[in-house]
Design a protein around this ligand. Structure first.
Ligand SMILES: [Zn+2]
Ligand SMILES: [Zn+2]
Length: 123
């Protein structure tokens, strides 16, 4: 089994550039990130806890749109590939195994815009 846990896309309007484009979602055990495919705005999430939890345990946090996705992934707790419920908000990122309920909880860490040069910089 590789380091890659989840790699998917979600099309929505970007909080940074306002375009309705794919947001590239990646999660490994040590980090999760969401990157806008148009402007490069990236949010990094770091792991906080992982445990067997109930659905909706962490979903109440969030200050704007909460994305709810379902993605096939390998669960290291029950050792199988199943649909996982993903919930992504502005301050949290959770991935929950539908088979055993094991949940990875990531907390928002930093955000940056990779493709946008600083004012005064030459392109
Ligand atoms: Zn954008
Ligand atoms: Zn599982």
């Amino acid at each position: 089994m590789g380091e890659q846990f989840i790699f998917t896309k979600y099309r929505t309007s970007c909080y940074n550039c306002g375009q309705n484009v794919d947001q590239v979602i990646k999660a490994v055990r040590s980090q999760a990130q969401v990157e806008c495919s148009n402007c490069g705005a990236t949010r990094i999430f770091i792991p906080r806890t992982s445990e067997v939890g109930k659905p909706g345990l962490y979903t109440k946090i969030g200050c704007y749109d909460v994305w709810e996705l379902v993605e096939e992934a390998y669960c290291m707790n029950c050792c199988g590939t199943w649909p996982h419920d993903m919930v992504i908000g502005c301050s949290h990122f959770t991935v929950r195994c539908r088979n055993c309920g094991f949940t990875h909880f990531y907390k928002f860490n930093v955000e940056y815009v990779a493709k946008c040069p600083l004012p005064g910089e030459k392109g």
